[in-house]
Ligand binder design. Sequence first.
Ligand SMILES: [Zn+2]
Ligand SMILES: [Zn+2]
Length: 340
Amino acid sequence: MKRYNPKKPHKWGYKIYVLSGVSGFAYKIEPETGSENVVLPNEPDLGASSNVIVRLSREIPRNQNYRLYFDNYFTSLPLLEYLSQNGILSLGTIRRNRIPDCKLPTDKEMSKKDRGYSVEYVADVNGVDAATVAWKDNKVVNLASSFVGEMPKAQVRRYDKKTKQYITIDRPNIVGEYNRHMGGVDLIDSIMGCYKIRLRSKRWQVRMFYHLLDLSIANAWLLYKRIQKAKGLQEKHLNSADFRLQVATTLCKLSVPSKIKNRRSIENELQSKRHKGPAQHIPPVAIRQDQTGHWPVWTEKRIRCKFPKCSGVSQTICEKCGVALCYNKHNNCFKQFHLS
Ligand SMILES: [Zn+2]
Ligand SMILES: [Zn+2]
């Protein structure tokens, strides 16, 4: 599963494809193993890289005009066609050699043009209009889309190294659309990267587990922010580090009901005490140990303690369980009752 990528700080690593929303929220992932390129009967085979998008987009609702963005590693015109036929709009940067019979100027021809120059060709791909646009900024960029094209152009400011001053150049609509929506995956990466779990394990299972844990926490933080925003509290939300700390503290303090060996005998004694004593209800074990809402309340009446083998009388009642339990200098039947 290890892949070599000279562009990354860690050149050897595992490759995971991610479907993210604009907020960064990761909806679906696919680790690259070399054996996932399986084409379902109702899907076309568009080549290894476009097929990744076909698989990642399986859960996107059809015919709702969702917009899907990807980079030139994945883009091909048949992919745009397939998505469009399924009611999913798409836009990606594209390699010139992936456009059959390409009419866009070559990079060499484009480099002679002024900065801001652009050309558009709309291709009919089996009934789907696919706009292909070449734009010259610092470098030449080629894009293809089934829902947006060159027009309307916007004006953007750029620094010109030759004249050492700012200039205004044209920017096709397709580029602005791409820049505004692409980058969800980079976003979730950077949220995860800031406080990533550091560990030295070389076993891929362990590394993958911690990666997924980091991904889940990043996703949880994005959901938490969405909720805070819905409540009108976006100014007050925890940053990603404090959110992580709160999750960690909560998980550490969340105690699991103790599994004691003689639970059955205590259960029996609790039940038998019910038979003997006055009609006081004893709740089932799942309620007794759920550690939620068992508040002590004071009662005027002195009632016999419900804890097995305790003959004390108590004026403390568990509000949820509705039984009297000792809580005094010598006995804490209240705690024992809820733990056993
Ligand atoms: Zn209780
Ligand atoms: Zn007691």
